[in-house]
Write a protein that binds this ligand. Sequence first.
Ligand SMILES: Cc1cc2nc3c(=O)[nH]c(=O)nc-3n(C[C@H](O)[C@H](O)[C@H](O)COP(=O)(O)OP(=O)(O)OC[C@H]3O[C@@H](n4cnc5c(N)ncnc54)[C@H](O)[C@@H]3O)c2cc1C
Length: 464
Amino acid sequence: MTTIHATDALEEALGAGSVSTSDADRDGASHDTWPVSTVWQKLGRHPHRPDIVVRANSTAQVQDVMRIATASGTPVTARGLGSSVTGQPLPIKGGIVLDLSGLVGAPILSEVDATVTVAAGVMGGDLESWLNERGWTMNHFPQSLYRSTIGGWIATRATGQFSSRYGGIENLVVAYECVLADGTVARLGQRPRAAMGPDLKQLLIGSEGTLGIVTEVTVKVFRLPETRVVDAFTLPSVQAGVDVMREIAQAGLKPFLVRFYDVDEAAHVVAPGTAEGPVLFLGAEGLDGVTQAEFAAAAGIARRHGAESIGSDPVTAWMGRRFDFSTVERLLAEPGGYAETVEVANMWSRLPAMYEEMKRALQPYADEVLGHFSHIYEQGSSLYLILLGRAADDEEALARLEAIWSTAMEIVVAHDGEVSHHHGGGLARQAWVERSLGTGFPVLQRLKAAFDPDGILNPGKLGM
Ligand SMILES: Cc1cc2nc3c(=O)[nH]c(=O)nc-3n(C[C@H](O)[C@H](O)[C@H](O)COP(=O)(O)OP(=O)(O)OC[C@H]3O[C@@H](n4cnc5c(N)ncnc54)[C@H](O)[C@@H]3O)c2cc1C
């Protein structure tokens, strides 16, 4: 079957209104929110354009698309709301971009089981508002809450601002339905745990659309917290802050908010004159008595490392603007302006040295290199760098962005860290997947061959 025949078959199965080959739709589906892609767009380049854009509104329609794609050997790249910041939904081999943002419908809340089941195309912020009206929350707050889908979260192994207490999407998901490459529907999940066989639901989490299409998701929900206590502190050094976070995690404390900014980022986050050194945001929530005790214990650890309170205002202000991305967007809109975010992770023992080297090595490629640590675990933490710069023109901006990626990734590999903590591989990290996974990479290749023998699902991603 040729592309023309695939288009005809898709129109017949889904209706002509769901299938587009217009230049505008194809151009729109050839970009995401990756700054490199934004600069390509500014330069009028669309290097990864689909041939067909298809909008599916039901699991049955996704099945139709997959059957037609398999029969015709047409690549299919799933797309939620395109909030990827690494080029994940860019169809590097053309074919079909499958827009899933029409997979919506009324969520089903189970107050007894504390779960909600929802179609994969629902935008996160819509579901969170719906839950809040009923006294519940997902406790999953990626900064892109209002520009990403539930299915996208599964596909990218997303995590949120309160993950130090509630975990990433891999901890929050209970089950999901997916459509495999040949159109077969599978439901993967556990009730609430199972010992027979591997946990199959982990297979598609973080698979970036390369193993199947997620169509419906059941996630945990939580009662809105009774109490919340927050405060901000200055710390004498980055090492002191890292030690505080490690001790909090290893003491078994679960503050919902742990964000530690280095001195460069702190200057953007707190009002001028408020703090001279790095700044730690700390917050506990839940039942009142437990929350007070947990916050006191965490703050006690911080004080033992020299923390001094600067009051809760900086945290309250951040809570009000925590989904705002306008600094990056404004800079990217300027001629020659560029901005990038690189999130990685490492064990506590290797984190400070990796942080120091990344900060030092990336300075030549940006006017500012800001850093914070915001997702903590007993064994280590994420590190998030924000790079802001102005180049002579967009071509030079592109060259700097490429240098930022290769410099950052090489340092992380050298420090035996994780090349991505939550934004995933996409095109940004494609060259580092194999080295990063090491002897695990052939396992991923076998998984891909088993799930997608014809290689039609988002080809050219996750190192394959
Ligand atoms: C301002 C901003 C802040 C962000 N903050 C965070 C953050 O705090 N935490 C975080 O984890 N991420 C963050 N991101 C990244 C991004 O929002 C997440 O990766 C998000 O999960 C992507 O969802 P999406 O629906 O937009 O997916 P898309 O960007 O459309 O697609 C992403 C990938 O998932 C695949 N995919 C999408 N939907 C499906 C599906 N239903 N089935 C199978 N594959 C699918 C696509 O093929 C692609 O490979 C941020 C992005 C922006 C722009």
